[in-house]
Design a protein around this ligand. Structure first.
Ligand SMILES: [Zn+2]
Length: 215
């Protein structure tokens, strides 16, 4: 029986590494798969992990119809056994439904990897649909850690070093003449709620100890 499995965790929990490992393991058993990603940090359609592993992938953009694509591959005599879908939080709910239909009607295994919530702590629409439809959801057990040492459960966005909790869910390229530096940091919920990033905590400590006068 094919399955739709959603592997999730925070940003540094090793999802892309597991996506690469999953593809490797199934390919080594002689199964044929396709690897998809979206907005990968490597720029091109590649899956790259923070440990340095990399593979080419197909870009799943807003117009990708997984159902049409895989049915067409099968019709051409290229049967697809499994899909590895990285950055699945960026897929649309309709695309997640296409994946579920492939599992049920074509017996394609689908392994989706993604974060659940954005920097505002809100579910991505694609992740919400995956949580609703997946046969199984696996929370990755590689613990990403907040600067305080607690398990990091939330993703924070910083703009020019300052944590923000409002803005577009997905930042798409540079739009202004002076591009702000957008970065991400994983935090525990307590420090996400207090907007206390590592840098903010350092500054706070320095002020407390009288080493830095902000006035
Ligand atoms: Zn913390």
């Amino acid at each position: 029986m094919a399955e739709l499995v959603f592997f999730t965790g925070t940003m540094d929990s090793g999802k892309s590494t597991l996506a690469l490992q999953t593809d490797y393991n199934y390919a080594a058993r002689g199964r044929t798969g396709l690897v998809f990603t979206r907005h990968d940090r490597a720029g091109e359609a590649r899956i790259s992990s923070r440990l340095g592993l990399e593979t080419t992938a197909r870009e799943a953009d807003a117009g990708t119809d997984f159902w049409e694509l895989i049915v067409a591959e099968n019709a051409r005599g290229n049967p697809v056994d499994y899909l590895v879908c990285d950055e699945a939080q960026f897929y649309s709910p309709a695309q997640v439904e296409q994946l579920a239909r492939l599992v049920d009607e074509v017996e394609v295994d689908v392994f989706a990897f993604g974060i659940t919530t954005d920097f505002r702590t809100r579910l991505f629409p694609g992740s919400a649909r995956l949580l609703e439809l997946a046969d199984r959801t696996e929370v990755l057990q590689v613990p990403a850690l907040c600067w305080c040492g607690r398990a990091a459960t939330h993703n924070a966005r910083t703009v020019d070093g300052v944590m923000v909790v409002e803005g577009e869910q997905v930042v798409v390229g540079d739009t202004g003449a002076v591009a702000a530096v957008v970065a991400y940091e994983v935090l525990c919920r307590r420090h996400h709620m207090r907007r206390m990033t590592r840098a903010a905590a350092r500054q706070h400590a320095a002020v407390q100890e009288g080493r830095l006068d902000l006035a």
